[in-house]
Design a protein around this ligand. Sequence first.
Ligand code: TPP
Ligand code: SF4
Length: 341
Amino acid sequence: MAENFKYTPQDFKSDQEVRWCPGCGDHFVLNAVQKALPEVSHVLNYDIERYVFVSGIGCSSRFPYYMKTFGFHGIHGRASAIATGIKCANPTLSVWQITGDGDALAIGGNHFIHAVRRNIDINILLFNNEIYGLTKGQYSPTSKLGSITKTSPFGTVEHPFRPGELVIGAQGKFFARSLDIDVKLTSEIMVEAAKHDGTSVVEILQNCVIYNDKTHGVITDKENREDRIISIRHGEKMVFGKNRDKGLILSGLSLKVVTIGQGGFSIDDILTHDAYEANPGVHMMLANMAYPEYPVALGVIRNVKETTYDDNVRDQVLEVMKTAKIKNVDDLLNSGDTWDV
Ligand SMILES: Cc1ncc(C[n+]2csc(CCOP(=O)(O)OP(=O)(O)O)c2C)c(N)n1
Ligand code: SF4
């Protein structure tokens, strides 16, 4: 790529008509990704040909059609497997997996946790609308306990997955959370996810206006948003609130919300976010915070360096090749027992 050349979001827009419902949160995420990729390309010196978007099945999984990049609309729940194969076959590619809460955590749950555990260098964007959108409103593994849906007319009796807890529990090294309507934050997180070498999982709290409208309403509501979410950044104090006077401290083995200037607490008592800390303890607590006891954490919660599956596979192949007797397909076909017919 020529020096100083910079793509624009327009370069990443395909000519396909976007078919999501008007007002669907997916539109915002598409904008955020198209906004982020020029920056990613600039920072990492990537040509547009490097990008591959891979999806499973769901409304969100239509995403690859709308990107002017390579794309693969896969089968339900299997995007992680396809993305893994693509990355191992051509490690120079920047692989982005698009998946819904149903696609990733129900039918694809097994593939998802193992992609995370292996730490393959792919970026997983998990659109969490707490419902199956495409199949018209059945409950999903993230639907709140008691949710009334087409398949739970009397309310669900299941405890939902918390994606951050699942990712960190599967030894995930990168977990971030964003809000569909916060295009700026989502696109900033995409750049961080792209820079991370290993599996990055970005949970995007997404609104399905048709089947689960305002499921995240308690924290997206403009009036109260600043008191109910906390935006965290590595190296910064964890403060929040309309008046920036609330903060998080460690009290015993739990996080606790305190008001700065009350109860003897000053800004010095407030925790500083360390996304690079290998011990998952505080990251797990941050990922699990929920309103009303806590604000919901947005931003990069965990960002830890570790060797990747694709690098390990490459190194192993190179090592084995050094001493292997079989150097090509002919050698392989002529190895072992052979006979003329
Ligand atoms: C093997 C298989 N089983 C079930 C389905 C039906 N199906 C299609 S999408 C979907 C769930 C989609 O929900 P989610 O992943 O949350 O995505 P959203 O549509 O909400 O973006 C289901 C169950 C299918 N396509 N294939
Ligand atoms: S059904 Fe819901 S998730 Fe699907 S496109 Fe419409 S608003 Fe979006």
